[in-house]
Design a protein around this ligand. Structure first.
Ligand code: CA
Length: 416
């Protein structure tokens, strides 16, 4: 359900908060009472495990103790109808116009104001990383294959991607250990710490279950299987990548860590910010074509806090509207061969890059393969990431007549 812009919560929501009642993202948190699922409202959390125990979701089809666990997969395994019903129960008790809802929450102490620690929100099933920004693919093509066409012949016909490593997807705040690997040396490969450690600004979507092996999901139906979105930092060791990637693509240069933001924003909350996706030329094959060719107007930014600095500096600002392939096309493509999806599968967009240097979504593009360092106001500069550098990704949606919502932060610090 879409929540009217006039709706307010009785829970205090600071001006400009990422989490007004129109958002209600899901996460997993831990405090002195243990680990459980919750929904963010302003700076507070609605404790879903406790809400469930006192009957808030009794009219829905949720299984017992869906939220008294350390992941959202118990919710993800249900259909979109159940996701909507749960969301509407949550809205009902947080809406300021429902006095009984407030009394219910207060009587059962359902809203937690205190500081909590966020955990991984989902148990990631399969993880796929796409490559769906034309500008990013073009930039990388120019750097990695300077003597040929930057976009390979397949790129405008299918959403190129690869299967990544789900076991190393970590939640925001987890330190990122600099990976070791094979690096190309002047007299043969050497093994050592990556010298060209990079970040990639991406957006991920998380699915519920699919129809089973052998049954593709159509592009028209695809969004029925998408539960929500998060921010993704696809950390990349460019030197490991450059040596290993031919002919099978990304491997150890990517698999050491991928960070996601802790709050999963429901697709329903993003409805006011959906916009027509860009034209595609040539027209994709029928299984990728849809009358409902819709993107998402999501402003994205990356800040870096250099090691030893107390200050954060802008690295990039760009828009998710830059993506060439839509989420629906990506999901239709990944299942076109009969491959199935499972609750908690994570699909990352690929690096989101715009047309100009200050809109590029990775350091390899911003510094043009390390040849053009980026300078910061405190006099420091970077080609790639140093130990102690902190990278923060943020995302926020704005539209006329709608209450702005955000994704919270996706943060990682490089450690030796
Ligand atoms: Ca990537």
């Amino acid at each position: 359900m879409m929540i009217d812009a006039a709706t307010r919560s009785w829970v205090e929501v600071p001006e400009g908060s990422d989490f007004p009642i129109q958002n209600l993202p899901y996460g997993v948190f831990v405090d002195a009472s243990g680990v459980r699922c919750g929904v963010a409202i302003g700076d507070s959390i609605l404790d879903l495990a406790r809400a469930e125990a006192v009957g808030l979701f009794a009219t829905t089809e949720l299984d017992r103790d869906t939220f008294r666990r350390d992941d959202l997969n118990g919710l993800l395994q249900h259909s979109r109808g159940v996701w909507s019903a749960v969301r509407s129960r949550i809205v009902s008790v947080l809406d300021a116009s429902n006095r009984a809802g407030r009394e219910f929450c207060e009587a059962h102490d359902l809203v937690i104001a205190g500081p909590v620690q966020m955990r991984m929100p989902i148990r990631v099933g399969d993880y796929v990383d796409f490559y769906s920004s034309e500008q990013h693919a073009t930039n990388l093509g120019k750097m990695f294959r300077p003597d040929s066409e930057p976009l390979l012949p397949n790129w405008r016909h299918l959403p190129v991607g690869y299967h990544g490593r789900s076991g190393t997807v970590v939640v925001s705040g987890t330190p990122i250990k600099r990976p070791h690997g094979q690096l190309r040396g002047s007299s043969g490969p050497v093994f050592g710490p990556s010298q060209r450690l990079d970040m990639e600004l991406e957006v991920g979507f998380i699915t519920g279950g699919g129809p089973g092996i052998g049954t593709p999901i159509s592009v028209e139906d695809a969004e029925h299987h998408i539960f929500g979105l998060c921010l993704v930092n696809d950390w990349s060791a460019r030197d490991i990548q450059a040596w290993e990637y031919v002919p099978l693509g990304p491997f150890l240069g990517k698999s050491f860590a991928t960070t996601i933001s802790p709050w999963i924003v429901p697709l329903e909350a993003l409805e006011p910010f959906r916009v027509p996706a860009g034209d595609q030329e040539p027209v994709p094959l029928p299984y990728l074509s849809s009358d409902h060719h819709i993107g998402l107007d999501l402003d994205l930014s990356v800040e870096i806090t250099p090691a030893g600095s107390a200050e954060a500096f802008d690295l990039t600002r760009t828009s998710f509207t830059n993506m060439y392939w839509t989420m629906a096309q990506q999901l239709a493509h990944i299942t076109a061969n009969g491959a199935t999806i499972r609750p908690g599968d994570l699909f990352a967009s690929g690096t989101v890059s715009g047309q100009t240097r200050d809109e590029f979504g990775s350091l390899i593009e911003i510094t043009w393969n390390g040849t053009n360092p980026i300078e910061f106001p405190d006099g420091s500069s970077r080609t790639f990431l140093h130990d102690g550098d902190t990278v923060t990704i943020r995302g926020r949606c704005t539209a006329d007549g709608a209450v702005s919502i955000g994704f919270g932060a996706c943060v990682g610090t490089i450690v030796r």
